[in-house]
Design a protein around this ligand. Structure first.
Ligand code: URA
Length: 423
């Protein structure tokens, strides 16, 4: 009989855990036999000593086996999903899922809510009157067959141990561990039953991971885990130093996504969506140019069907707030950078995000960025519009956004939207 203390001390002393020990400790924790304080100690030992590829494979497999596994094998279309590690203004899923479905794939996009300064896809879609995030497995399957795209809450039955582990990591300083992040993300994606997966690994000021080498390590770790579990996985590192698009919030991001789906919208959002769509289509083997499906309106039609299938009104007015305010340029010059972290934190304080999982979010709150790096501005020119439900939040947002733009005399160095691809 394995004991929790043996498992903890083995990892603490830098030795590898065998598969049986990993299966046992995770399963026993799930059943309440191993206590929170013991699992906390083990997570800290993993944080410092890591997991080998073999240990990580067993750790992830046990997480997958802790719950149900969807079987999407009977669908008439190839399945492919995208996961983003989280960014500011990252509304790409809202456009990408219907776009890739319009090209012939089925996209099961099981998503989460936002926490901290990065937004959550479900919070954005929940601003649409009537839209329902929670679907049964049968509803997910039926919608994938009929519409081709589903964005909904990841059911409690998928890798349920991840919920317990994530909550414990959150309060024990063990979130930022590459093997723990990789197993958390990949266990849910493997359980979801998709055949292919694109990981958008964000790196930069507004990302969860700010260091390029660490982002690369996370990306390679997840790609290897996908391969181990028969899930064709590609990771694309993308730049999150600046917010994506102009709109950062919930309803305003839905509005901006619709603009892109109707052929307009900010160029960075359109370019990133098309780049990611091409990789997803390559993974499915479908030889279709996504740009044609964006420009001929077919992606927008799939979006409308996807919203309506989940009870939402695709023609509903976009939620607004009672208060708004404009932040202007203090002097003439050229915008050097718009800082994604400052903008994300401002949107969060304006009411678009939540501090605790159970907090509500404001539908209309957020930031509209009116300039990008490289723009010439004159003193008094509007840089941001801020939206909040009350004056106190508006003031909090104004104070935070003050440092988000740097204006100087010279042109800034150009930046890339996409970095390395792994896999
Ligand atoms: N997202 C997840 O699902 N898990 C993590 O550990 C980090 C980000």
């Amino acid at each position: 009989m394995t004991s929790a203390v043996d498992v903890i001390t083995t990892k603490r002393d830098g030795h590898a855990l065998d598969e049986d020990a990993i299966n046992w400790v995770l399963d026993a924790y799930n059943r309440g036999v191993v206590a929170d304080e013991q699992m906390s100690a083990l997570l800290m030992a993993v944080f410092f000593n890591g997991l080998s590829a073999r240990e990580l494979r067993a750790w992830t497999a046990t997480m997958v086996d802790s719950g149900e596994r969807l079987d999407l094998g009977g669908l008439s279309r190839p399945t492919v999903d995208k996961h983003s590690t989280g960014g500011v203004g990252d509304k790409i899923s809202l456009i990408l899922a219907p776009l890739v479905a319009a090209c012939g794939a089925a996209v099961p996009q099981l998503s989460g809510r936002g926490l901290g300064h990065t937004g959550g896809t479900l919070d954005k879609l929940e601003t649409i009157p009537g839209w329902r995030a929670v679907l049964s497995n049968d509803e997910v399957y039926a919608q994938l067959e009929s519409v081709g795209a589903v964005i909904c809450a990841a059911g409690a039955g998928l890798a349920p141990i991840d919920r317990k582990l994530y909550a414990l990591r959150d309060v024990t300083g063990t979130v930022e561990s590459i093997p723990l992040i990789a197993s958390s993300i990949m266990s849910k994606k493997i359980a979801e039953g998709t055949s292919a997966l694109l990981l958008d690994v964000k790196v930069g000021r507004g990302a969860f991971i700010k260091d390029h080498d660490r982002a690369l390590e996370l990306a390679s770790t997840m790609v290897a885990l996908g391969a181990d579990h028969g899930l064709a996985t590609v990771a694309q590192l993308t730049n999150m130093d600046a917010p994506l698009g102009q709109a950062i919030g919930n309803a305003i991001e839905v509005a901006e996504s619709i603009e892109v789906l109707r052929g307009g919208g900010p160029t960075d959002v359109r370019a990133l969506t098309l780049a990611l769509a091409r990789v997803m289509l390559e993974l499915t083997g479908l030889d279709v140019d996504p740009e044609t499906r964006l420009d001929d309106g077919s992606a927008y039609e799939v979006y409308r069907a996807m919203i309506a299938a989940q009870g939402g009104d695709p023609d509903a007015a976009i939620a607004t707030t009672a208060k708004a305010s404009v932040v202007t340029a203090p002097h003439d010059g050229i915008v050097q950078r718009v800082d994604a972290l400052d903008v994300g934190v401002a949107a969060w304080r304006l009411g678009a995000g939540r501090a605790r999982k159970e907090d509500p979010v404001s539908a209309g709150a957020g930031v509209r960025c009116l300039v990008v790096a490289g723009d010439e501005v004159v003193a008094g020119q509007p840089l941001f519009e801020l939206y909040a439900d009350d004056d106190a939040r508006l003031e909090l947002g104004r104070a935070t956004i003050a440092s988000a733009v740097t204006i100087a005399d010279e042109a800034p160095a150009p930046t890339a939207l996409l970095f390395e691809r792994i896999g």
